[in-house]
Design a binder for this molecule. Sequence first.
Ligand SMILES: [Ca+2]
Length: 179
Amino acid sequence: MIKTLGCAILMALGMSLMAAEPAARIDIDGKDAGITLTLGDKPAGGNVVMLEDNALLCAESAPLATTDWQTFSFSFTPSKDGIVALVLEGGRTLGDNNSFWICFDHVEATGAAIVDGGFETRDVTGRPVGWSIPDLYQYISFKGDFCVRVRYDKPIQQKITVKAGQTVTIKAKIRKIKA
Ligand SMILES: [Ca+2]
């Protein structure tokens, strides 16, 4: 995935006004399919930046002050049928916390299908299904045996199929690893 410098800068500016706590981030990327996105509900306490002529939605959670699992949710509506990338990563803040691990689990959607949003299913080779190169993390999963661990510079993604005018709501459980 190609990082968009503008996105990073805008996120950094947005988050600089808030506490320097880790945050989770989800991007919805419709650039390859020429799908533009209309933002619906914003993540509570978080921040959303629209880029690439509205083909790239960058949603950042509220800063994670504790290690409790939190719900991260937002919605969008695509302009046409096709495939977008759902990218899970860490948010970006200024200062020393620029690179921190965030765990995701129980990623679900209405209005689109997500494969193995709980990171529990393996193929015959033992590799988790659905996601690009997931870094599985044990012991603290929200549900089941595993969650996934991501960072700003170590995202994972899944391609999801969307329909024109069909609003998609993404909901995920997120937490930071260290207090
Ligand atoms: Ca799980």
